[in-house]
Design a protein around this ligand. Structure first.
Ligand code: GLN
Length: 546
C-alpha cells in the first residue's frame, strides 16, 4: 500500500534520445523541494543488463554507485546532486532485474501454475518497484529510460498506465519531454515530431499532462497553441525547456517557464507562493562571476566520452564553485603520455587528477602523469585506480621495486596491488575468487574509513572517521606499508579493522592524495566534497606560484 498522500510523476521522452530526461526529472524534483515537498526519484531502464555495472563506459557512461552498493545509471547521480536525497537499491531497476525477479518467482512456484507473461507478470513487477519501499514522500518521480516507441519500453508504458488507473489520475501526472527542432531553411521550430510522439504515447493509453519542449529558442505562442490542441494538453502546460549553458541553470530556467506551477495545478496545489530557488540562484551567481580560472588535467582512458566521468566532472565544478573559481578541465588521453614527455601535456595545468579505471590500456601514461605531479610538486588526486597507480609509481620510481604492479593485469608482478579476496561488510565476511561472477561482485558502496591524526586528509575532512563509496576489486597490499613510508608515502586512511588501505598521501608534497574510494559520487553543488574543495584551493595557490 502506498501512502495515500504520495503522488507520482512519470517522465517519458520522445522524438530523440539524450534530451536530458534525467536532468529534467531532477529539476522538477528540485523545484518541488523549493515548495517544501519531500521528493524521491527513481529510474526505470528498459535494457536487459541486470545493472550497468558490466557495461563499458562507452556504452552507458559512468556507473553510479549508491551508499547501499547499487551499481546504477548515471542519472541517479543527477538526482542526488540536484535533490540531495541519497538514492538506494529501490530507486533503480532494469528489465534484466525485473526478469530476474519474475524468473526466480517462477522457479519457486510462486505463480501457482500460471503461464508467465509480460502482462501481467512483468508489468506487475514494474508496478511493485514503482510503489514499493516508500515512506512519507509527497512526490515520487519516475523516469522511464529510452524513447517512446522503443520495443523494450512497452511494458513500462503499460505499467505506468496501470499505476494511473490503480491510484487515480489525481495522484499521477505524465510529463513528456520532447524536442522542437529548428529547421533553418524554413526558419521555424517544428512541432510535428512531438505530435507523433504524443500520438504514440496515446496508443499506449497515456495522455501526457505536460509537455516539456526542448528548444534552442523561445517557442512562439501560436506554436504552443498548436501543440496544445493537437496533443490534447492544456496550453499553459506546454513548457519551453530552453538550452542553457550550465546544468545548474535548469531548475530556475524551467521554473520560470512555469514547470513546477503546472505540476502544482495538476495536483490541485496552491501556486500562490513561488518555489524558493534562492540556493540555486546563489550557485548561478557564483558560476557567472568567478574570481579567476584554474586548469585541472584529468588523465584517463575514456576521455572521448565525457559521460564516463560525469560525477567527477561535476565534483570538480563544485570545488570551483566553493572557491568562487571557474575550473577548466583539460581531458588527456593517458596513452598520449606513453610516447611523448608528460610535461608537453601537463606544464600548463594547476592540478592533476588520475581517475578510476579498469584494465591495462593507458596505465603507463597514468604513471607518467603521477611521476610528473610528484616531481614537480603539482597538486595531485588519484581516485581508485589512480590511487593504486600512485602507489605503484612510488614503489617503482622511489623505492626501486621495478616490477611493482597490480595483479589485475600482471599476475607475475611484485603484487603491490592484488585481488581483494575477503573483507568485512557490516560485520559479515564478503568472499570473492579469481573466477567468480563479474557483475555486482566488487567491493561496492559505502564503507567507513579512519583517518590518521595529523594527516592532511584529517585536516581536510575536519573529522577522524568518514564514509565513502567504493567500486573496486583490487586493493593495495598492506604488507608494503613500511617500504612505502620509506618512499615518502604514508597510508593516512584505513578501514576500521586496519586491514584495508583507503588513503595514501605524501607529507612532503604540497598536495598529493590518493583515495581507494570515489569521493566524486558524494559531491553536491550545495555540499561540495571537501577533497575537491581543497584540491581546487591547492590548484589556485599553485596558479599563483606559476
Ligand atoms: N580496476 C581497479 C580495481 O578493480 C580500480 C577500479 C576503479 O578505479 N574503480 O580495483
Amino acid at each position: 500500500m502506498t501512502n495515500p498522500k504520495t503522488k507520482f510523476i512519470f517522465i517519458t521522452g520522445g522524438v530523440v534520445s539524450s534530451l536530458g530526461k534525467g536532468l529534467a526529472s531532477a529539476s522538477i524534483a528540485a523545484t518541488l523541494q523549493g515548495r517544501g515537498f519531500k521528493v524521491r526519484l527513481r529510474k526505470l531502464d528498459p535494457y536487459l543488463n541486470v545493472d550497468p555495472g558490466t557495461m563499458s563506459p562507452y556504452q552507458h557512461g559512468e556507473v553510479y554507485v549508491t551508499d547501499d552498493g547499487t551499481e546504477a545509471d548515471l542519472d541517479l547521480g543527477h538526482y542526488e546532486r540536484f535533490s540531495g536525497v541519497a538514492a538506494t537499491k529501490d530507486d533503480s531497476i532494469t528489465t534484466g532485474k525485473i526478469y530476474q525477479r519474475v524468473i526466480e518467482k517462477e522457479r519457486h512456484g510462486e505463480y501457482l501454475g500460471a503461464t508467465i507473461q509480460v502482462v501481467p507478470h512483468v508489468t506487475n513487477e514494474i508496478k511493485n518497484f514503482i510503489i514499493s519501499n516508500l515512506t512519507d514522500e509527497d512526490f515520487v518521480l519516475c523516469e522511464i529510460g529510452g524513447t517512446v516507441g522503443d520495443i523494450e519500453g512497452q511494458p513500462y508504458l503499460e505499467a505506468i498506465r496501470q499505476v494511473a488507473y490503480d491510484l487515480g489520475r489525481d495522484r499521477v501526472m505524465f510529463v513528456h519531454l520532447t524536442l522542437l527542432p529548428f529547421i533553418p531553411t524554413a526558419g521555424e521550430l517544428k512541432t510535428k515530431p512531438t505530435q507523433h510522439s504524443v500520438k504514440k504515447l496515446q496508443e499506449y493509453g497515456i495522455q501526457p499532462d505536460m509537455l516539456l519542449c526542448r528548444s534552442q529558442m523561445p517557442i512562439p505562442e501560436n506554436e504552443k497553441r498548436k501543440l496544445a490542441l493537437f496533443c490534447n494538453v492544456k496550453e499553459e502546460n506546454v513548457i519551453t525547456a530552453l538550452d542553457v549553458s550550465n546544468i545548474y541553470l535548469v531548475p530556475l530556467a524551467y521554473s520560470q517557464e512555469g514547470m513546477d506551477a503546472a505540476v502544482c495545478r495538476h495536483f490541485g496545489i496552491s501556486t500562490d507562493e513561488p518555489s524558493d530557488l534562492s540556493k540555486w540562484q546563489r550557485i548561478i551567481d557564483t558560476i557567472k562571476a568567478p574570481e579567476g580560472e584554474v586548469t585541472i588535467a584529468v588523465v584517463g582512458k575514456y576521455t572521448k566520452l565525457l559521460e564516463a566521468y560525469k560525477s567527477l566532472h561535476e565534483a570538480i565544478k563544485h570545488g570551483g564553485i566553493a572557491n568562487r573559481y571557474q575550473v577548466k578541465i583539460k581531458w588527456i588521453d593517458s596513452e598520449k603520455l606513453e610516447n611523448e614527455p608528460a610535461g608537453d601535456y601537463l606544464n600548463d595545468v594547476n592540478a592533476i587528477i588520475v581517475p578510476g579505471g579498469f584494465g591495462q590500456r593507458g596505465t603507463q601514461g597514468k604513471i607518467e602523469a603521477i611521476k610528473y605531479a610528484r616531481e614537480n610538486k603539482i597538486p595531485f588526486l588519484g581516485i581508485c585506480f589512480g590511487m593504486q597507480m600512485a602507489v605503484i609509481e612510488t614503489m617503482r620510481n622511489v623505492c626501486n621495486v621495478k616490477n611493482a604492479n597490480t595483479t589485475e593485469f600482471d599476475p607475475k608482478c611484485e603484487p603491490i596491488v592484488g585481488l581483494m579476496t575477503e573483507w568485512d561488510k557490516d560485520g559479515n565476511k564478503e568472499i570473492r575468487t579469481q573466477d567468480g561472477d563479474l557483475g555486482g561482485t566488487m567491493r561496492l558502496g559505502a564503507y567507513p574509513c579512519r583517518l590518521t591524526t595529523n594527516s592532511k586528509v584529517r585536516e581536510i575532512y575536519g573529522t577522524g572517521e568518514i564514509s565513502e563509496r567504493h567500486r573496486h576489486r583490487y586493493e593495495v597490499n598492506m604488507k608494503y606499508e613500511d617500504t612505502l613510508n620509506k618512499g615518502g608515502m604514508i597510508i593516512s586512511g584505513k578501514s576500521p579493522d586496519g586491514k584495508l588501505p583507503e588513503i595514501v598521501e605524501r607529507p612532503e608534497h604540497p598536495w598529493f592524495i590518493g583515495v581507494q574510494f570515489h569521493p566524486e559520487l558524494k559531491s553536491r553543488p550545495f555540499a561540495p566534497h571537501p577533497l575537491f574543495v581543497s584540491l581546487i584551493k591547492a590548484a589556485i595557490d599553485n596558479s599563483r606560484l606559476v
